[in-house]
Design a protein around this ligand. Structure first.
Ligand code: ADP
Ligand code: MG
Length: 228
């Protein structure tokens, strides 16, 4: 039996919106097996980013239970949660979120500064930049890189701590189709190499087609879950 990477039970996230409390996520339950690739789809405002925030341990559910790699993170103390975020989960965003004053190499080293020694961090970051095909761009700063290259740096940064889970929020949303395809191909090869569990929020039908399974949100509810 394949181990379960993520288990969500009756997750709810309520947010105050214009004097009202709105259930941005409403009774969402699912299981994701280790090594599975999930496309999280749904119209704008349906709760995809909110759900990724919960899975990443950046945000806390209003009710329900969330188990990541066998650990119940629902009421985990912040310090413990921070360690889980750093070690088990990698995150990639639509807007890359690189630090503009740092080089590609330094951006990838950042998550390692918490634990690793400086020289170790440098070697690991270099290895990841090789893997994403950017060994010749190590000393470039984000503004000297194309969008696709910046996203590949962000992917290297997300994976340099060797997490089991990769979360991506519309990772190709700011890329043209060629760069989008490159990022998609990179996800596929990194998944094979590391046995990653991948959850991608996306509007991109090409990504959804690559997924093992689609979770579809509408108005904060999971309305459809199936294979392509
Ligand atoms: N911090 C917040 N405060 C208030 N409302 C929010 C906040 N974040 C998201 N929302 C609302 O929650 C809903 C879901 O948003 P989101 O998760 O970003 O959807 P998606 O990623 O699918 O576009 C939207 O109606 C949005 O306006
Ligand atoms: Mg979003």
């Amino acid at each position: 039996m394949t181990p379960i990477a993520i288990e969500a039970n009756h997750l709810t996230r309520q947010l105050p919106l214009g004097g009202e409390i709105i259930p941005v996520l409403n009774d969402v339950s699912f299981e994701i097996a280790a090594g599975e690739w999930i496309a999280l789809t749904g119209p704008s405002g349906s709760g995809k980013s909110t759900l990724l925030g919960l899975l990443a341990g950046i945000d806390t559910p209003s009710s329900g239970k969330l188990v990541i790699e066998g650990q119940d993170i629902t009421r985990m103390p912040e310090q413990h949660l921070a360690r889980l975020r750093n070690q088990k989960i990698g995150i990639v965003f639509q807007s890359f979120n690189l630090i503009p004053t740092l080089t590609a190499q330094e951006n990838v080293e950042v998550p390692l500064y918490i634990h690793a020694k400086r020289r170790e961090a440098a070697a690991l970051a270099q290895e990841m930049l090789d893997l994403v095909g950017l060994s010749d761009r190590r000393r470039h700063r984000p503004h000297q890189l194309s969008g696709g290259q910046q996203q590949r740096v962000a992917i290297a940064r997300a994976l340099v701590t060797q997490p089991q889970i990769l979360l991506a929020d519309e990772p190709t949303g700011n890329l043209d189709s060629i760069n989008g395809e490159q990022v998609l191909a990179l996800f596929q090869s990194l998944r094979q190499r590391f046995g990653l569990t991948i959850i991608v929020a996306t509007h991109d039908p090409a990504i959804a087609r690559c997924a093992d399974r689609v979770l579809h949100l509408h108005d904060g509810r999971l309305v459809k879950t199936g294979t392509h």
